[in-house]
Design a protein around this ligand. Structure first.
Ligand code: AMP
Ligand code: GLY
Length: 445
């Protein structure tokens, strides 16, 4: 395990009380980093999962109960609330905390539209010349079908609303696109999220996840990562929330990142401010590195999962300091982030059946030698403690085994070695995390 160690921060956060909203792998990684930044702070988390107990006090309220959460935060003198998932952001948790005079890290409801409405995000990009795929937005099936026929060829059909990463169908031809439109608009395959659809030109290239901390004006890009969205090795099978990730990505050269900052991150933050809903928090740009340069696939209004589980362990400087500044409405102009040399990789262990239906309550066995592995940290996602305190599964993505090493290939190997030793009935994971990077380095995954 990586020892807990304080890094030099302006605030050691000794007397701070911090609440993290959400209880997945991303939130475990946030808590882990906040604990390192502020060893003496009091940390709280909504409905702690099975791995958070030693790190934070569990608050028996769900991430969606923000009326009660604001009341609890007021009563308990919480100094900073960090919101992990997109749903409470889209429902206005930060606005609500704001009216109670509570300091929260994350965008307002209006700003969170950049993720919650793909139609909003696409129109914003179009108005401000931010590079993205050509598209149309439709409320009626007839219009959508006409657009599909007019465009022809490979397209992508997306439910406009939040669909937990599932409402996207990549279509190779017109027939597939027409079926996807019918499923979303006629058969409500993604519920109300698909009442409006976005139809896009299909882009080609590698994907890159770029997080940027922003105060609504300045941006502080973080180390880019790549995730593995398909359930199967070699990018096969259905899409998932993410089966693994790694950082850094050698494709993301300083030149490319300068372009991403100048052509995408800064213009987007400026556009949001110019249109009256400044984005303060963590802007996640999902990019495609096309032959014509980086283009936006989607924006998210929060940290990515499982990319956070590789990006934060590599962040040597404080995350708390910029988060506090942003949540307090202060400027981060001139702030910098410091990164550890080397690489991180994480392997997600999933329940049998995931991303489809899966059972819960399966006993999880983590051998002590895994806990002792050097430069390995286990982030819990879908785990819970049974009545006897024993660890059981409680979700589709159960654990993320993150490892640090000098190279991506070595980190992936170490992460895989940890994953292999962890047992629960039906567990599955990908053994090829970071294969693209290994291929680039001329090795093998
Ligand atoms: P999204 O939820 O918008 O990130 O889409 C999920 C996945 O679908 C992305 O990670 C891409 O792999 C793929 N995708 C989405 N939009 C496009 C597009 N315009 N061209 C090619 N692939 C896309
Ligand atoms: N890893 C993709 C996401 O968090 O949306």
């Amino acid at each position: 395990m990586i020892p807990l160690r304080a890094h030099g921060t302006d605030e050691d956060g000794a007397s701070l009380k911090i609440l993290v909203v959400g209880n997945g792998g991303r939130e475990h990684a946030l808590l882990w980093k906040l604990r390192r930044d502020a060893p003496h702070a009091e940390l709280f988390v909504t409905r702690a999962n099975g791995g958070m107990c030693g790190l934070a006090t569990s608050v028996p309220l769900g991430a969606g109960e923000f009326q009660s959460l604001a009341g609890w935060a007021e009563q308990n003198g919480i100094d900073l609330t960090v919101v992990g998932p997109e749903a409470p952001l889209a429902e206005g948790i930060v606005d609500h905390f704001d009216t109670h005079g509570l300091c929260a890290f994350g965008p307002t409801k209006a700003a969170a539209q950049i993720e919650a409405s793909k139609a909003f995000a696409k129109a914003l990009m179009q108005r401000h010349g931010i590079p993205t795929a050509a598209f149309g937005v439709f409320d009626q099936r007839e219009g959508a079908e006409a657009y599909v026929r007019q465009m022809g060829g490979p397209l992508v059909v997306k439910a406009s609303g939040l669909a937990a990463g599932k409402g996207v169908v990549v279509c190779d031809d017109t027939a597939q696109a027409l079926t996807a439109v019918a499923q979303m608009m006629e058969h409500a395959a993604f519920g109300t999220a698909g009442a409006q659809v976005v139809i896009e030109e299909q882009m080609t290239g590698e994907e890159l996840s770029v997080f940027a901390l922003t105060d609504g004006e300045n941006v502080l890009p973080m180390l880019p990562a790549q995730d593995h969205k398909r359930v199967g090795e070699g990018e096969t099978g259905p899409n998932t929330g993410g089966m693994g990730a790694y950082a850094p990505v050698s494709l993301a050269t300083p030149e490319l990142m300068a372009r991403v900052e100048a052509e995408i991150l800064r213009p987007t933050v400026a556009a949001m401010a110019a249109e009256g809903h400044p984005f303060r928090g963590l802007l996640y740009a999902g990019l495609m590195l096309t032959p014509d340069g980086p283009r936006v696939v989607e924006f998210n209004a929060r940290f990515g999962d499982p990319e956070t589980q590789v990006v934060l362990p590599l962040l040597r400087s404080s995350l708390l300091a910029p988060m506090l500044a942003i949540a307090r409405g202060d400027s981060i102009a001139g702030a910098t982030l410091e990164w550890s040399p080397g690489a991180a990789a994480t392997t997600v262990l999933a329940s049998g059946g995931y991303p489809g239906d899966y059972p819960a309550g399966m006993p999880v066995h983590i051998p002590p030698e895994v806990e002792r592995m050097e430069d390995v940290v286990l982030f819990h996602a879908g785990t819970a403690r049974g009545e006897d305190g024993a660890l059981v599964t409680s979700g589709g993505r159960v654990l993320a085994a993150t490892a640090l090493a000098p190279t991506v290939a070595q980190a992936a190997e170490r992460s895989r070695a940890a994953a292999e030793r962890i047992r629960f009935e039906g567990r599955h994971y990908r053994r090829d995390i970071g294969w693209r990077e290994a291929a680039r380095a001329g090795g093998h995954a």
